[in-house]
Design a protein around this ligand. Structure first.
Ligand code: PLP
Length: 471
């Protein structure tokens, strides 16, 4: 299995290992498998009824080429999901005759990002150990990604992790999930600025070749192919539970950066019988507009009750553009250049038709999300979070043609207690994992949005000997 860049017009394909370590391709594009691996009916049958970690290892094996032995992958997957607090790892809950909820929030930070980051951290650690190298993960976060990344990388031998968040702009719970990690390889920085300032700093530091080499900068944001590959497993797992390969299913996916739903698309391309992938957005509906009309136009970002979906330009969308364009790197470059120059582009004809054959879209404003939280509570006594609610709202509007519809629940309701209380008048109970954080000391460095200061901080901390090792 080799990987090419979405913008590639010539040159060689790279290994999974290289794509894992590198994040974005050197030409600015994103890595994609040269061709989709196949999960045919016999392969699916063989996975039916297997525990989640086994499905995850089998799906990962289709993408990782020679990077890991089967035994290694089995061990990585088993360890990745051992800390989830539900025996099914990703349980399916029935909401109605043909409507289901796939709960993806039973991991250590209570959001679906644990599924990918737990695997990616172990893969990266294994690859670095083999090469006798160390790396420094640098990430900007508006909340959930930073928490999941810190949880996955804390205490790992070969990796330091530096996470930037905008000071005062993440919830207390999200901040504590990051700053309460005691391990000396974890470094939190609160930047006086916005999430965009944090992202700009990350970009500036990655452009500093000397620093990059010195501390081995690496990225695990949602464009890292390994994250998409790991997420593909729960689409396979849920489809099997509902009758694949004999029966098709549709998925509704609360979407921001297009990474989660793109993993569903990967499963569909591999042969999993998925009828439709429904992109559910909040008021930030650039993707919903695209799938309706072909127009992809940047707007301003609105704050909503579902902050992890408050995104205008969805980074993984470039991967779909590459597929729709027949992997023509020049065509992708032209679209991205048009987006950079005019803030918009339009797809028509065959490319739009192909997109609409696989995807549908729906948007939900805050009021619709509140109503969906209340509906699910009334009907089933379950609490769903505002991101998942955008999906449930979309699922209710979808005509599936008889295939079961699975809404992905991407975060635990307790992460958003105010929205839940507004919807149903009841505050969710604090899960023990979160409650325990309140008593722990926080560690965070406050810095202005200044690349030189941040560079100095990273050099000092990452190169410092690690005295206080945690047993
Ligand atoms: C990250 C996130 C999303 C959006 O997922 P993408 O892969 O960026 O589309 C949705 N819901 C929650 C709770 C998230 O943390």
């Amino acid at each position: 299995m080799r990987y090419i860049s979405t913008r590639q017009t010539s040159g060689r394909a790279v290994s999974f290992e290289r794509a894992l370590l590198q994040g974005p391709a050197p030409d600015g594009g994103l890595y994609l498998p040269e061709r989709w691996p196949a999960l045919d009916a016999a392969a699916l049958e063989a996975l039916r009824g297997r525990p989640y970690a086994e499905v995850a290892a089998a799906v990962a094996a289709l993408f990782t080429g020679r990077a890991f032995s089967q035994g290694q992958l089995a061990r990585i997957a088993a360890e990745s999901y051992a800390g989830f607090d539900h025996p099914a790892t990703a349980p399916l809950i029935q909401l109605g005759p043909d409507r289901w909820l796939l709960e993806l929030f039973h991991g250590p930070t209570l959001a679906f990002k644990d599924f990918a980051l737990q695997m990616v951290a172990r893969m990266l650690d294994a690859v670095l150990a083999r090469r006798g190298r160390t790396a420094t993960i640098l990430a900007a976060t508006s909340g959930d990604t930073g928490a999941a990344a810190i949880e996955a990388f804390r205490g790992r031998e070969a990796v330091s992790i530096v996470v930037l968040h905008p000071a005062g702009r993440v919830s207390e719970m999200q901040r504590r999930q990051m700053t309460c990690a005691p391990e000396p390889n974890v470094h939190n920085v609160a930047i006086a600025g916005t999430f965009d300032d944090c992202q700009a700093l990350v970009k500036a530091l990655f452009a500093d070749a000397a620093l990059r080499d010195e501390v081995g900068l690496a990225a695990v944001n949602s464009i890292n192919w390994a994250r998409v590959a790991a997420q593909t497993a729960y689409y396979v797992y849920a489809a099997l539970a509902l009758g694949a390969p004999g029966r098709s299913v549709s998925f509704v996916v609360p979407t921001g950066n297009f990474g989660n739903v793109y993993a569903g698309y990967a499963a569909r391309q591999m042969g999993v019988p998925i009828e439709r992938l429904v992109v559910a957005t909040n008021r930030n509906d650039i993707l919903a507009c695209f799938f309706e009309s072909g127009l992809y136009a940047k707007g301003e970002v609105h704050r909503t009750l579902s902050p992890s979906m408050d995104i205008q330009v969805a980074s993984n969308f470039e991967r779909l553009l590459a597929d729709l364009s027949g992997r023509d790197g020049a065509a992708v470059r032209a679209l991205m250049a048009e987006l950079a120059k005019h803030g918009r582009f339009t797809l028509k004809g065959r490319r739009l038709g192909q997109a609409q054959a696989a995807f549908a879209a729906a948007r939900a404003d805050d009021d619709a999300c509140i109503a969906a939280i209340a509906d699910v509570w009334r009907e089933s006594g379950r609490m769903i979070d505002p991101h998942s609610a955008a999906g449930v709202h979309a699922a209710r509007r979808l005509r599936s043609g008889g295939a079961p519809v699975v809404s992905l629940a991407t975060a635990h309701a307790a992460k958003f207690p105010d929205a839940i209380e507004r919807a149903i008048g009841v505050r969710p109970a604090m899960p023990p994992r979160l409650a325990a954080l309140a008593a722990r000391p926080e560690r965070v460095m406050e810095l202005p949005a200044d690349a030189a200061l941040l560079t100095r901080f990273i050099r000092e901390r990452v190169n410092a000997p690690r005295r206080e090792r945690v047993a």
